[in-house]
Each structure stands twice: as structure tokens, then as C-alpha cells.
Design a binder for this molecule. Structure first.
Ligand SMILES: C[S@@+](CC[C@H](N)C(=O)[O-])C[C@H]1O[C@@H](n2cnc3c(N)ncnc32)[C@H](O)[C@@H]1O
Length: 336
């Protein structure tokens, strides 16, 4: 029986339709079935339905098989169909639309990337950020449009505990951690991304919107609000690689502030040797390093059992794992 590696699914390293390769261990059909069960289940009934249907749809699977492996992911296909105005609620309508409009879909899938910028993730970063020596100089690698660079401008609700007074208000179920008394003080913010998105560009914001799953109206609303926060005071966003270009950007951080290099849901894009190179570079920098990534992405020795079947990330400070987090920042379960 084939072992399903979560890392390979998330990195899009899937083999061609129906063919297993030695180093790539999932078919496209299995990738879509796995996405339905592990990512969409309980989070997006529409995408769970769609993904399961695609996993059994030979015509759509064959079309996906013409794309490079990294371009076959469910989130990219569904996001592009939404971006083009196609239907994602009804699997039969989705099939017809996808087959009829494949040339346009293919162009967008080849040029665009899944760059979901989920501001909700600030809610799981906040307890760590607030506990570091203030003020902070924030440097996010894999920043997308940079919306997670404003944790001081948003407000948070952890059950009955509210932190901050800005908007949007980010809801997070927190277990085993006392929410911070206030938001951190941020004196510098910078982002590094292979393809930075611009919150002042309506096309980029439309793409970010299309990447949000259909039922998630609250995420769409907070994207708009957070994009307005960022557009009013745009961050320094640099096009570059998280290994090669990190030291030069980190060197621009002001003295007298704690440099915090952080990243969230980025490492599944990065091949293992480059992840190792990143760890070496980030460990050589002054300040602190916060990671919020899948459990297979970084070398953690002893992780407790994840809380449920659903996907969880690991929140870590300077390489020490602290908590399980849900992918959109909707929950944090502290275990350290
Ligand atoms: C899923 S998005 C996450 C965005 C943001 N961290 C968040 O949590 O909302 C991942 C981002 O990582 C970027 N990325 C992937 N590989 C990268 C690399 N080697 N160097 C810099 N950025 C990279 C992608 O372009 C994308 O914008």
C-alpha cells in the first residue's frame, strides 16, 4: 500500500494521473481525495464535495495531468475557476464549466500561484509576539501581500477575552494559553516573497478573494478590512527568496528593536534541502524566529499527538514547538 506523505500533497509533488513514481507518492486523484478528507472536511462542504467529485472525474483529471505537478493542486484549480466567475458549489456545473473553459483555466493555473494571505493567522502568532522583548521589527518570509505584518493593528477575541481595539476582529479558540494583555509594539515591518502581491491593486485583491473558500464569508470580509489597513500604510515588500535574500533584508531592521523573522504556511512550497538552508540562515540572525508550519516541514524531534484528524500546523519559537494551530488561525492548542 502506498504511504501517503502529507508533505508531498501540500507541496503539489504529485505524480501524473494514475502513475506512481518512486519519489512521488500520490496520483492526482488521491491528492483530490485527500484534500477532501483532510483539508476541506468540516471546513468547506462545497470544496469537500467538489474535490471528491474531481478525484473520480477522469476527464478533469486528464486535463490536470497536462499541467506540471506543482500546478495541479485543488486550491489552485478551484481558486482559478472562482476567479473566472465559474461555479464551485455544484460539482456537475463545475465539471461542465471546467471542460468548456479549460484553455482559459489552464492559462491562469500556469501563471498564478496559491498565495492565500490569511490574516486570521495573526491570532495564533500573537501570544508569542506579545511575549518577546518589545518593540518588534517584523520580517515575514513568504509574506504574500503582507497582511500578517500588522498584528498590532487588528483586534482579537479568544473566547471572552478581547485583545486590541482595531479591525478586523480575529476569532481564535485558545486552549492552554493565556491570551496576552495587549498587542505588540511594531516599529518596522518587511516581507519577502517570490511573488509579492499588492493590496492596492484590485486584480491582486480579487485573486486573494478567489483563494478564500466559498462558504468563508467572514474570511472574505476580514481580507477586505485587513487589505485597507495595509493599503493605508503599505509594508516594505521585497521580491526574493527566503534563503538567498533574507540576510540582506534582515540587515535593514532598525537597531533597538527585536528582529522577529516569521513564516506561516510557506514551507510546503519549499523543497527539503532549501528548508534546511533556511533554518541555517535564520538561526544565524539576531533576534527570534517564529514558525507556523505543517508538522513535517521542519525537524521537530518530539511532537505530541495532534488533537484531531483535521490538519494542524505547529507553532514554534526558535525551533522549539509550542502549540498546534488550525490553518486559518481559528484555534491554538498550547502543549509546551
Ligand atoms: C500560502 S502563502 C502564505 C502567505 C502568508 N504567510 C500567510 O500566512 O497568510 C505562501 C507564500 O510563500 C511564498 N513563497 C513560496 N516559496 C518562497 C520562497 N522560496 N521564498 C519566498 N517566498 C516564497 C509564496 O509566493 C506565497 O506568497
Amino acid at each position: 500500500m502506498t504511504t501517503i506523505s502529507h508533505a508531498s500533497i501540500r507541496s503539489g509533488h504529485v505524480s501524473a494521473l494514475g502513475v506512481h513514481c518512486d519519489h512521488l507518492d500520490m496520483t492526482i486523484a488521491a491528492t483530490y481525495a485527500e484534500f477532501a478528507a483532510r483539508e476541506a472536511h468540516g471546513v468547506s462542504p462545497a470544496y469537500e464535495r467538489l474535490s471528491l467529485t474531481v478525484s473520480r472525474d477522469d476527464e478533469v483529471l486528464a486535463l490536470l495531468g497536462t499541467l506540471p505537478p506543482v500546478k495541479r493542486q485543488p486550491n489552485l484549480l478551484f481558486g482559478v475557476v472562482r476567479f473566472l466567475g465559474g461555479p464551485v458549489e455544484d460539482p456537475a456545473a463545475f465539471h461542465d464549466y471546467t471542460v468548456a473553459n479549460w484553455p482559459a483555466i489552464e492559462v491562469e493555473m500556469r501563471t498564478r500561484a496559491t498565495q492565500t494571505n490569511e490574516v486570521g493567522r495573526c491570532a495564533v502568532l500573537l501570544p508569542v509576539l506579545a511575549a518577546l522583548p518589545q518593540p518588534l521589527a517584523l520580517l515575514e518570509v513568504g509574506a504574500s501581500a503582507g497582511l500578517c505584518l500588522y498584528p498590532d493593528r487588528y483586534a482579537y477575541r479568544y473566547g471572552g477575552h478581547v485583545v486590541g481595539s482595531g479591525a478586523p476582529v480575529l476569532e481564535c479558540a485558545a486552549t492552554g494559553v493565556t491570551p496576552p494583555a495587549g498587542v505588540p509594539e511594531v516599529v518596522w515591518r518587511a516581507g519577502l516573497d517570490l511573488n509579492p502581491l499588492d493590496v492596492t491593486d484590485s486584480g491582486d485583491v480579487a485573486w486573494l478573494d478567489a483563494l478564500i473558500w466559498p462558504e468563508h464569508a467572514h474570511r472574505r470580509a476580514r481580507l477586505r478590512t485587513a487589505a485597507a489597513v495595509a493599503a493605508a500604510d503599505p509594508p516594505l515588500l521585497v521580491r526574493g527568496d527566503l534563503v538567498d535574500d533574507l540576510p540582506a533584508l534582515a540587515a535593514q531592521a532598525p537597531a533597538g528593536a527585536t528582529l522577529v523573522v516569521f513564516h506561516s504556511s510557506v514551507m510546503f512550497y519549499v523543497p527539503a534541502p532549501r528548508r534546511e538552508a533556511f533554518v541555517e540562515v535564520v538561526r544565524g540572525l539576531p533576534g527570534h524566529w517564529i514558525a507556523n508550519e505543517g508538522p513535517d516541514m521542519l525537524p521537530y524531534h518530539a511532537l505530541p499527538k495532534p488533537p484531531a484528524e483535521a490538519l494542524h500546523n505547529v507553532l514554534a519559537l526558535d525551533g522549539t514547538p509550542l502549540a498546534w494551530t488550525r490553518p486559518h488561525g481559528q484555534a491554538i492548542i498550547w502543549f509546551a
